[in-house]
Design a binder for this molecule. Structure first.
Ligand code: ARG
Length: 337
């Protein structure tokens, strides 16, 4: 069956993204790097803040000086996408846009069709040159030749301030993936082509990388996490071009999700993870595939999942299914050299 017979209900209101005034200003690094990345470092003293990409991050009461280059999982533009309780479930068509740059690790993969680039999949920025996405976004490695990666994207009809576009130089497709199912191992690592100056993604408040989750990282059921994407806002309809949508949804326990999908043709395996509500209503949808499920754990956002599949979009008892990223961190790291 088509993986993507689904919907995206990223509905939302705007939470305010205004930073409070700079009362205290503390030089500190709270955000750990991805596994294998060593300790966070500040840029050399002799590089100006602008060049080094250093910035001030508001972190629960204090401003923290951090480097855009060295840290992962920071959200300089503070924003918590709304979540929906049983009373305030949105209609799926009523998605709301996140402020520009507020979900800064979200990448877009576009594909060339009839001479134009169109939205294809989501992705997550994990380094200056790497994007994690879903394996099912590619038929074969050759497809990457007609795709490109956009970061700093929001409205697809405009060029945003921090928008950058990259060709893909290589894509690592997980060999365990089977398109007919089970849809496990639905993970791919995309390498972007550096620009002429040898540089890759330029980090800023609006463009950040997300941390990979260590194997030992506790990821608890019920934890509220953010999904973001340009996918459909109704099961049948178009990809949404005017903004990046985001919503907060809770992680569902493995046992509960297994039983929710017990009678479906696809089973929930250990390297899958479900998130959403029993009652449905809020979910990823077609076009959101490959996009990040980002959870704030131990001081920074971690890439806990990647949008993979579901039945319909936002249907009761059929929550969104994500590729669990924890089991694939060593697979990713070993291909990132
Ligand atoms: N396979 C879909 C895509 O390519 C994403 C499905 C997510 N569906 C869901 N109900 N969570 O965009």
């Amino acid at each position: 069956m088509n993986l993507c017979a689904l919907k995206l209900t990223i509905g939302v209101l705007l939470a305010s993204a205004i930073l409070p005034p700079s009362s205290s200003y503390k030089v500190e690094s709270r955000h750990k790097r991805s596994p294998g990345g060593g300790q966070p470092k500040f840029p050399d003293e002799d590089r100006s803040a602008e060049i080094s990409g250093e910035g001030r991050f508001y972190d629960g009461g204090v401003f923290t000086r951090m480097s855009y280059f060295e840290n992962c999982g920071a959200q300089p533009i503070k924003y918590t996408p709304p979540k929906f309780d049983t009373e305030r479930r949105p209609r799926i068509r009523n998605g709301t846009c996140a402020p520009y740059g507020a979900i800064p690790w979200t990448a877009q993969i576009q594909i060339l069709k009839d001479g134009n680039y169109e939205h294809h999949c989501g992705g997550a920025i994990i380094s200056e040159f790497h994007i994690v996405t879903a394996r099912h976004c590619f038929g074969s490695e050759k497809d990457a030749g007609i795709m490109r990666v956009i970061v700093g994207q929001d409205n697809m009809d405009k060029i945003e301030a921090k928008e950058m576009s990259f060709s893909i130089s290589k894509v690592h497709l997980h060999k365990g993936y089977q398109s007919e199912g089970p849809h496990s191992y639905d993970v791919a690592l995309v390498e972007i082509q550096p620009k002429g100056d040898g540089q890759g993604i330029r980090f800023s408040a609006e463009v950040q990388k997300i941390c990979l989750p260590d194997d030992s990282l506790p990821v608890s059921d019920g934890l509220n996490c953010i999904i973001s994407g340009w996918g459909r806002t109704r099961p049948i309809g178009n990809v949404q071009t005017e903004c990046l949508r985001a919503v907060t949804i809770p992680l569902i326990s493995q046992a509960q999700c297994e039983s929710m999908y017990e009678y479906s043709s696809q089973r929930i395996l250990n390297n899958m993870l479900c998130a959403g509500y029993e009652e449905g209503g809020v979910d990823a949808c077609k076009g959101d595939s490959g996009g990040p499920l980002a959870c704030y754990i131990q001081g920074s956002y971690k890439l806990v999942g990647v949008v993979s599949w579901g039945y319909g979009c936002g249907k009761a008892n059929n929550p969104g299914v994500f590729t669990r990223i924890q089991p694939f961190v060593s697979w990713i790291n070993s291909r990132m050299i």
